[in-house]
Design a protein around this ligand. Structure first.
Ligand code: ASP
Length: 440
């Protein structure tokens, strides 16, 4: 029964992986074969590749992404309210909430510390040719000003970040990606209120939410059937345009950031799986395949949330009350990879700028990276406006962001994987501490 239930899922995971590998290979081959060398005019063949990437592959990929995004708000609402309501008494909600936040802060701080260690060891910013730095800044000027503008508009990190957790208008919060925390706050309040009211009063609401939750999961199933094609299209569109020459120029930076992200994912989180929840790392990662690939190809913790919930409950037996409580919070607040990337980027750009950050300042980078990662929206490139804010705090001109924008998409895909895997592990750890028996 068990193997019959899991084999179709396995074959879906494999098909998604095939989509990923084929899309990446086709895209990279097109880039290698047709992209003009830096500084030279584009060719008709490369224009054609860009046309296919922008007008065929990207729209196809967007349909898949939107199918996932579409269920996020109803899923967060229904899963969180049901989660809090079924946890039952307030003391238990508080305990689970406290453990969840403890995990978020500790795992994120550990990730930044690892990133900073690597940048200090390899100093990628010291070897960058100053002429190249000037060129890159000029090339991405326009994109940078957009991020800086967003940062100044208050989408960055400030006291308001905390005030805004309480939404003025929950419908408006549901409309804006950057205000998912407001929706979460509302859902937690509803869940708490439900536990305080008579069962007959809230039973109709709970029945509706349960139905809504099942409908969302069903729609997610439809979306995942598109996944192999969606992933192919998204990865093709990115890799066909991924300036490989740019990758070479920023090689050490990209290598340091990727090494940090992979070490955190496979070593730190792998060890945590073994030591804290008793799942051998290989088994853990093999059951996380679809999750990791969805995170990698969508670059979005929010879009991956439905898959994270499904992986936690179906693959590892996390009770749905705990998964429903921990994972929406995690998708919005717990970003290990993002924080690591921020730490690496700030130090790298400081090195290029010629400002060596002292140990005390680096400790402050850790604090800021943890806080800004909490404020980051779980969408592609969600951390960039916040990174601009952190740079300004250290008197590094935010225009320096332009240096890394060209390779950000690759790093965004890579950092979203530890972001969601850490959410998953958190839900497993909390469930275990609450006495649940996990499928190990
Ligand atoms: N794309 C990341 C996520 O959704 C956020 C970021 O680092 O930009 O988890």
């Amino acid at each position: 029964m068990d193997s019959a239930a899991t084999s179709p899922r396995r074959s879906l995971a494999t098909r998604i992986l095939v989509g990923l590998v084929l899309g990446a290979t086709a895209g990279l081959l097109c880039n290698l074969g047709f992209a003009p060398p830096p500084g030279e005019p584009t060719t008709p063949a490369y224009d054609w590749v860009v046309w296919v990437a922008d007008k065929v592959m990207n729209p196809l990929g967007q349909v898949f992404l939107r199918m996932l995004f579409m269920v996020v708000v109803p899923l967060v609402l229904s899963s969180l309210i049901l989660g809090v309501a079924s946890v039952g008494d307030l003391g238990r909600v508080g305990r689970i909430g406290a453990r969840t936040l403890l995990w978020f802060v500790l795992s994120t701080a550990l990730a930044v510390a690892l990133g900073l260690l690597l940048v200090n060891l390899f100093a990628p910013g010291k070897g960058l040719d100053p002429d190249v730095a000037v060129q890159l800044r000029a090339q991405f000027q326009q994109a940078v000003s957009e991020k800086v503008e967003q940062a100044q508009k208050g989408t960055g990190f400030s006291l308001d970040t905390f005030v805004n957790i309480v939404p003025k208008n929950v419908v408006r919060a549901a409309v804006d990606d950057r205000e998912v925390l407001g929706v979460i706050f509302f859902a937690v309040m509803v869940g708490i209120a439900v536990t305080q009211l008579a069962r007959e009063t809230v039973a109709p609401l709970l029945a509706v939410l349960e139905a809504l939750y099942s409908v969302c999961v069903k729609i997610l199933g439809y979306a995942m059937r598109l996944a192999p094609y969606g992933v192919f299209a998204l990865i093709f569109a990115t890799s066909a345009k991924l300036g490989l020459p740019l990758l070479r120029t920023l090689g050490t930076f990209v290598a340091v950031a990727l090494t940090g992200l992979l070490l955190h994912l496979f070593v730190v989180l792998g060890l945590a799986a073994k030591l804290l929840v008793g799942v051998p790392p290989l088994r853990f990662f093999s059951r996380c395949r679809s999750l990791a690939i969805t995170a990698f190809s969508t670059s979005s913790s929010n879009a991956t949330l439905p898959t994270t919930i499904r992986t936690a409950t179906d693959e590892f037996g996390v009770p749905s009350a705990i998964a429903g409580f921990v994972l929406p919070l995690g998708a919005t607040m717990n970003m290990n990879g993002t924080a690591l990337f921020e730490g690496v980027s700030v130090l790298f750009l400081a090195q290029v700028y010629g400002a060596d950050l002292s140990l005390g300042q680096q400790a402050f980078v850790v604090v800021l990276a943890v806080l800004t990662a909490i404020g980051t929206a779980g969408v592609p490139g969600g951390s960039l406006p916040l990174l601009a804010v952190v740079l300004m705090r250290f008197d590094i001109p935010p225009e320096y962001l332009g240096l890394i924008l060209g390779v950000d998409r690759l790093l965004d895909m890579a950092r979203t994987m530890p972001n969601v895997v850490s959410d998953l592990l958190c839900s497993m750890w909390v469930a275990k501490r609450e006495g649940a028996v996990l499928k190990t």
